[in-house]
Ligand binder design. Structure first.
Ligand code: KIV
Length: 293
């Protein structure tokens, strides 16, 4: 049985992602963190929406993903859930929510499904995460893996650096990808790795690969919403393509609003409420209450 949404588009499931890899149909993914942008992304036809822990940086203003909490991720996931009717909804398990023991990780993953309405959770890391990934999948929660440049490992990596640039590192990435594939992950984000390595991984695994800074040969691509629309304040990474400059657009809209308020051009009479006609003729009723003395 296929599940349809109110607008009769077929809902994207983890099976859809697998089918897309099989049919060589690129998977389109994007992050979202609130109702309005998630609704726009969903209605624009994105296949999967990730409530990324990049929330920490692009929405909450932290300088890494590390501080964001389970409660904050849940709050934003619920807002996105209310908007998304078509895309698969995936949520990032934040730093610390799956690092301190399997039981705690399972409890947190279940909260994202039960309280947030997520359909899959994303976890950073390779072979060392495989036992946990298996336990979460055993609990009926699909897992999206994330290897290569994993932002939660920023301190171990010594910065946000492209990974997989030596033979040993490439071999490890391939081992990670194969182990996660065998564990049954629903998709695998490949971040910040050379195109040639992403080609090898994508050919090697049956899991759909989703690239971000991994070249065009992955089974799909993901971008951070704020990067795509130009709502960021730092120079963009090499892999970002900015499709519009929302920052400039919004600044100009706010400046126009400010000018209109200062010149009393806003609000106009058409933007004002009026008394019923019969009361309008009563000068008394139309007088502002403060001047009635
Ligand atoms: O948090 C995030 O936005 C991500 C994507 C960059 C894949 O993990």
């Amino acid at each position: 049985m296929s599940i349809t949404t109110g607008d009769f588009r077929q809902r994207i499931t983890v099976q859809t992602l697998a089918d897309k890899k099989h049919k060589h149909e690129p998977i389109v993914s994007l992050t979202a963190y609130d109702y309005a942008t998630a609704r726009i992304a969903d209605e624009a036809g994105v296949d999967f929406i990730l409530v990324g822990d990049s929330l920490a940086q692009v929405v909450l203003g932290y300088d890494s993903t590390l501080p964001v909490t389970v409660e904050e991720m849940l709050h934003h996931t619920r807002a996105v859930r209310r908007a998304v009717k078509h895309a698969l909804l995936v949520v990032d398990m934040p730093f610390g929510s799956y690092h301190t023991g399997t039981r705690k990780a399972l409890e947190n993953a279940a909260r994202f499904v039960k309280e947030g309405g997520a359909e899959a959770v994303k976890i950073e890391g390779g072979t060392s995460r495989v036992p946990l990934v298996r336990r979460i999948i055993d609990a009926e929660i699909p897992v999206v893996a994330h290897i290569g440049l994993t932002p939660q490992s920023v301190h171990r990596m010594g910065g946000y650096k492209v990974q997989g640039k030596t033979t040993a590192a490439i071999d490890q990435l391939l081992r990670d990808a194969v182990a996660l594939d065998e564990a049954g992950v629903a998709a695998m984000v490949l971040e910040g790795i050379p195109r040639e390595v992403a080609v090898r991984i994508t050919a090697e695994v049956s899991t759909p690969t989703i690239g971000i800074g991994a070249g065009p040969d992955c089974d799909g691509q993901i971008l951070v919403f704020h990067d795509l629309v130009g709502l960021t304040f730092n120079p963009a990474a090499k892999f970002v393509r900015r499709y519009c400059n929302a920052g400039e657009l919004i600044t100009s809209a706010i400046q126009s609003y400010g000018n209109d308020v200062r010149s009393r051009a806003f609000p106009a009479d058409e933007e004002s409420y009026h008394l019923p006609r019969e009361l309008q003729h009563s000068a008394e009723a139309a007088k502002p209450a403060v001047s009635r003395k």
